[in-house]
Design a protein around this ligand. Structure first.
Ligand SMILES: Nc1ncnc2c1ncn2[C@@H]1O[C@H](COP(=O)(O)OP(=O)(O)OP(=O)(O)O)[C@@H](O)[C@H]1O
Length: 360
């Protein structure tokens, strides 16, 4: 569902910009500190009630204000529908869509976003939790059952960990949570594996175009030795877990492993190559989403030209153009980017000056 109208209030330095984005490509230019990334953050906030740059709301909310608000209209098969998200520093969250409240899962499913920004490299060299989030984004959008499994697993893990942490282990209670942990954990893992199996050919095909001869191998690690039964793994590690006070193996330790020429890809690739690998992953993720859901995603791409030479930036833009997704792309100088699109692509240019948005 593309966004056809946006009104942003009380986010960073933005001076209440209100605009009608193009259904396909939106290029937002401006000098350093003008607020380009903040526009992307505002759209991310609309889709998730969070920033992608900071876990703390107070950084997103304009200094001296007490809440952030983004109002929008999103296209539906008939007419644009209103969607508004507001969060206060006191902790209240209000999400209203077409006259009713949405929970976070409904909101995420309404407006799926893919983000590429400087922190995106973490997908290759950051902590495993970043890669699990990536896999789980796919699992969540691939199957409505996923969220129930994910929540069930999280609950079992939390209960197990609290029993282990407080030391007085009631064996009967532990068995109950072990059963839940294994049952949800195995189902969750099957969904994750199925998702990666679908993603992999798309990722490889995009990467072959973007990176040419450099081959990057992607493998999913479920979080324990997958040749072994998870129940047996829990039984074997119980004494060590009791000593350490938390669950050692299982889907909470799942990861993706990227290898290039037999070594960790993060240690081998240049920054530009890393950006292309991460872009290929995000593009592949959007492609798999579209095949399944038959609707586009929203891409938020911060400073697209940085790290990329002109031919690679052009190739990347070609993928975006073919995708039919709605894209918001920031850059300092729009001149290079504007010539990458075919004349019939719905394209809008915006320029930001100290938080004020001007159409170009
Ligand atoms: N909570 C806040 N309240 C008010 N202003 C803020 C707040 N947080 C950040 N700012 C300011 O808002 C601006 C936001 O910059 P942003 O990162 O969006 O700029 P940008 O155009 O993406 O810059 P660059 O090209 O350097 O990446 C900065 O000038 C920053 O100092």
């Amino acid at each position: 569902m593309p966004i056809s109208e946006l009104q942003i209030s009380r986010i960073r330095n933005l001076q209440a910009p209100s605009f009608s984005p193009a259904s396909r490509i939106n290029i937002i230019s401006g000098q350093n500190g003008s607020g380009k990334t903040s526009i992307l953050e505002a759209i991310h906030f609309l889709s998730t009630t969070r920033s992608f740059r900071s876990n703390e709301l107070r950084h997103l909310v304009t200094q001296g204000e007490s809440s952030a608000l983004v109002f929008s209209r999103v296209e539906s098969s008939t007419h644009p529908l209103p969607l508004g998200v507001e969060r206060t520093l006191e902790g209240d969250v209000r999400v209203r869509f077409d006259g009713r409240s949405l929970d976070s899962a409904e909101l995420a499913s309404l407006l799926p976003v893919q983000v590429l920004y400087s922190g995106t490299f973490e997908l290759l060299d950051g902590s495993p939790s970043v890669r699990r989030q990536f896999v789980d984004w796919g699992g969540f959008h691939a199957d409505p059952a996923f969220i129930t499994l994910w929540r069930g697993f999280k609950r079992a893990l939390k209960q197990r960990n609290s029993l282990l942490k407080y030391g007085k282990i009631d064996r009967f209670q532990m068995q109950v949570w072990d059963r839940e942990f294994v049952s949800y954990g195995e189902q969750l893992t099957r969904h994750r594996q199925a998702y990666i199996a679908r993603l992999l050919p798309e990722f490889k095909a995009i990467l072959a175009v973007l990176l040419g001869d450099v081959d990057v191998d992607l493998k999913f690690y479920p979080g324990w030795d997958s040749k072994r039964d998870l129940t047996a793994v829990l039984a074997d590690q119980f004494v060590r877990e009791s000593a350490q006070g938390f669950t050692l193996s299982g889907p909470q330790r799942a990861d993706l492993r990227f290898r290039c020429d037999g070594v960790n890809a993060a240690d081998r690739l240049s920054r530009g190559q890393k950006k292309l690998v991460v872009s290929a992953l995000r593009l592949a993720q959007g492609q798999v989403f579209r095949q399944k859901a038959d609707r586009p995603c929203i891409y938020l791409i911060d400073d697209l030209p940085s790290e990329l030479d002109e031919p690679h930036a052009r190739l990347f833009c070609q993928f975006l153009e073919q995708s039919q997704d709605q894209c918001f792309i920031t850059c300092v100088d729009p001149d290079t980017l504007t010539e990458f699109w075919s004349p019939d692509t719905d394209l809008a240019l915006f320029h930001l000056d100290a938080g004020r948005l001007l159409s170009r």
